[in-house]
Design a protein around this ligand. Sequence first.
Ligand SMILES: [Zn+2]
Length: 434
Amino acid sequence: MKTEIDLIFENVSDQIDKSWEEEIGFLQKLCQFPSTLGNEAPIQHFIADFLEKELDLSVSKVIPDPEKLSSHPGYSEPEWTYDERPVVIGEYRAEGDKKGKSVIFQGHIDVVSPEPVSFWEHDPWGAEIVGNKMYGRGTADMKSGVAAMIFALKAVRDAGIKLSSNVIIKTVTEEECTGNGALSAIEEGFKADAALIPEPVLGQKGLIAQVGVIWVRVKVNGLGAHTEKADKAVNSIIESYKMINALLDYEKELNSQKRHKDFAEHPHPYNINIGKIHSGDWPSTVPSECTVEARVGFPPGVNPQDVKDNLKSYLLAAAEKDEWLSENPPEITFYGFHAEGFSIDPNQELFDVLNVAHMAVEEKPLEVGSFTATTDARFYNLYYDIPATCYGPTGEGLHAPNEWVDLDSVKRVTKTYAAFLLKWCGYSNVIIEK
Ligand SMILES: [Zn+2]
């Protein structure tokens, strides 16, 4: 026996099938914007227009204000400005009595650089479709999720259904470096009873835990000279190896400690990535300065400031044992991610309703899992008592060449999000045409 909500969902699901070509076109358009750090404005204006014109949402744009945010424990220090780089918020305001609960759907539109582009078999900004896959930077991480969440709400609306509670769509900046985009929109008051983020990190599983992340910068000085006198000089690149090795030793220590329960089964949850190194400009010059930048993962429940203090002491202690570095200690600073990890209980309504929605599409129970990197879900869970999880499409090549997303999974996630809306927000005034 089909219930009323099953029949309504069938209508919405048909609507998603009908508008599938449009959804693919929208996703291609999103993926053709090279929205790396500092280049987010064009895609944000495009999305804002779409939400206003196609979904009749009331749209706001928020520019993160570092001064206002800087006292917040979740704030990360940027080294750039926020001018012309808005976060976009579209609000669906339910009419009449609010029966259900409100929800935020949030996705980030910033992407990491596709370099080196010569490693790609497809244009990283081409959004080329081959078989069931769409290729390009951001296809999986996470413009497909953004398309899915927007088209889920659009399908509900186009099927003539009025939701009984508010829905907020947010497309945010800086998920890949600070999270300040997400933080600023919450601080401006855009809150709800729960938040869903269609990140692809676990595919169609619910996220219940993620690690904390910080970025560190280690500047090592040498003693520059012409190579003619290289025997008397100190090469900063070679000196920096010592600091890289100390970082890798720190990583070993982090992973040898007793594991957090949500990462107990993971072979290596806390990764330190040496992501950038900069030094030298001439083969015949001994370089005077070398800067290494790394990303450090650590367990949930640990304050990022404690990790920074601890890591700094660790690196300085390692330098202390070295003849040159003890006299010329490295300069250790931090910028970007200041992100605490989190762990939440899957036994709560958000996961119960997501499970029902997932079952309606996937016909099997929802699984949950942990993630060894960070997402914007942390802000809601840690600082606002708003339960938040990630559940998204399936893809590969995140932050790597030849990124792709599985288009079937995008359609299924669109349907799951639509099913979630019906169940979580409730609905009214429905005429079922069957
Ligand atoms: Zn992402």
